[in-house]
Ligand binder design. Structure first.
Ligand SMILES: [Fe+2]
Ligand SMILES: [Fe+2]
Length: 480
């Protein structure tokens, strides 16, 4: 991790109430196993826990703590939380897994006495003989009605949401994605015609993307994996915004910074508007002269943003992002900086990674040939030490993964599955949608978390070509 990334992430994460709550919860959970409630350490830690709980927002009637595919959530927000730290959450979650538990829900009105009783209760469980049903029954007998244990199925997306809600999320994701594409189109057309760009509208669509990614990451990443839209130029900037914001949410950036990041991503290639259309749409590989022109787009982009848009923090960051997104960590990219080799910003480092991934996997930009997404990641990892920030690339790899979102795989059960999101704990066990089997494609696909013990019989054999099975992934994603 470069110093800029470390500094910026540290700043954005400082004081995060949900992260502190998770930490205090798991430390308390473990402390209750070691000492009794009269112990000084228990009491001190309980004060920390009470304070952390009090600092959580009050917009929910419940506090829900869930672990889905190795990621931690407090209510509907994903929290950047390292379970292997002092709190030792990973060991606790592993035990929950064996019990069939995926989380805990507290009624907001719960008393501290009840919470104390709950920690004592959980310290006495026996994973060999207990399970979620027996524990829930015992909770009732102990009059701890304000606490509910969440099963793995109800904590994970497919179970937690009704089928109707899943459909609703996916419909919303499609609508937001296509609205974002139309906003990009408007930005391009207005810039071409030297007319005003609607900044408020652009910020609004970025906020819609942030809202959606915060509650449902996979639907938008899945849409971004479709590369064969006719209007790929507009889809590219939309994809870069979706990938950047997904990475930003995983980094735990606050809303103001996510807003600036999404805005920067939508404008990153605006300089191309000032280049001849023939060059942008040229179907063949670029010659030297084409490259000289193409390499002007970062500079032209920054200039266009600063000249055409009202100056504020969003536009300042967007101008810098447009200027820096091809520079590379080792300054081997463009524009070449001769004198002031200043380290690029966090936003430029993020955009540099996701832009390269989208451009290479689409085969539409620069390199006029299609490269498989996993080969793109391999190629990028080979170059990572010099070109990209290693930490950010690793995080991005968790999002697009060993089996990139949108790829089709064959399972040991002879079923076909579409990758929806990756599991950061075990990348070979992603969250998938079973779309068919030997007999053909299903009318209604089935969701499955391959990390769940319920799906132990389902293992990925290999990636397969959708065409071999008569499946058009783009149509499938859009229809289901
Ligand atoms: Fe670019
Ligand atoms: Fe780009």
């Amino acid at each position: 991790m470069t110093p800029t990334v470390e500094k910026e992430i540290h700043r954005s994460l400082a004081g995060k109430a949900e992260e502190k709550f998770l930490n205090a919860f798991f430390v308390q959970y473990k402390t209750a196993r070691i000492v009794d409630t009269n112990n000084k350490t228990f009491k001190q830690q309980f004060e920390v826990f009470k304070k952390a709980m009090g600092n959580l927002g009050t917009e929910y009637d419940f506090i829900e703590l869930k672990v889905i595919a190795g990621r931690y959530f407090v209510n509907e927000s994903m929290v950047r939380f390292d379970g292997s730290g002092l709190s030792g959450a990973n060991a606790v979650v592993h035990e929950w897994d064996k019990l069939g538990m995926g989380g805990i829900s507290f009624n907001r009105t719960i008393s501290f006495e009840e919470l104390e009783q709950f920690f004592i209760f959980m310290s006495k469980i026996k994973p060999q003989s207990d399970n979620i049903d027996s524990l829930s029954e015992k909770l009732k007998q102990n009059k701890l009605a304000s606490i509910k244990l969440l099963s793995k199925a109800s904590a994970s997306r497919g179970g937690m949401l009704t089928e109707e809600m899943v459909k609703q999320y996916r419909t919303q994701a499609k609508s937001t994605f296509f609205k974002a594409m139309s906003v990009v189109k408007e930005i391009v057309v207005n810039t071409q015609q030297e007319s005003d760009v609607n900044i408020a509208k652009t910020k609004r669509i970025v906020h819609s993307l942030i809202d959606h990614i915060s509650k449902d990451e996979s639907s938008l990443v899945e849409l971004a994996s479709i590369k064969d839209f006719d209007d790929y130029t507009y889809a590219h900037s939309t994809n870069v915004a979706v990938y950047s914001l997904t990475l930003g949410v995983r980094l735990g950036l606050d809303r103001a910074r996510l807003s600036q990041l999404g805005f920067t991503a939508l404008f990153h290639d605006i300089g191309k508007v000032k280049l001849p259309t023939d060059l942008i749409t040229k179907p063949d590989a670029y010659d030297e002269n084409d490259w000289i022109q193409m390499q002007m787009h970062p500079h032209l982009g920054a200039k266009t943003i600063l000249r055409n848009l009202k100056f504020d923090m969003h536009t300042a960051r967007a101008a810098r992002g447009a200027f820096e997104h091809h520079i590379n960590n080792d300054f081997t990219g463009y524009p070449m900086l001769c004198l002031d080799k200043r380290e690029t910003t966090l936003f430029s480092k993020i955009i540099s990674i996701v832009d390269t991934f989208d451009a290479l996997s689409s085969g539409r930009v620069y390199l006029k040939k299609n490269i498989e997404p996993e080969d793109v990641i391999k190629k990028m990892q080979y170059q990572m030490k010099v070109k990209f920030d290693g930490f950010l690339l690793k995080l991005f790899n968790d999002i697009v993964g060993v089996y990139p979102v949108g790829s089709l795989v064959l399972l040991t059960t002879d079923e076909l599955a579409l990758i929806l999101s990756n599991n950061s704990t075990d990348k070979t066990k992603p969250y998938v949608k079973i779309v068919g089997d030997k007999n053909g494609i299903f009318d209604s696909p089935e969701w499955a978390d391959l990390y769940s013990p319920d799906n132990d019989h389902r293992r990925i054999v290999r990636k397969v070509e959708p065409e071999r099975f008569g499946l058009d992934v783009k149509d499938f994603i859009l229809e289901h």
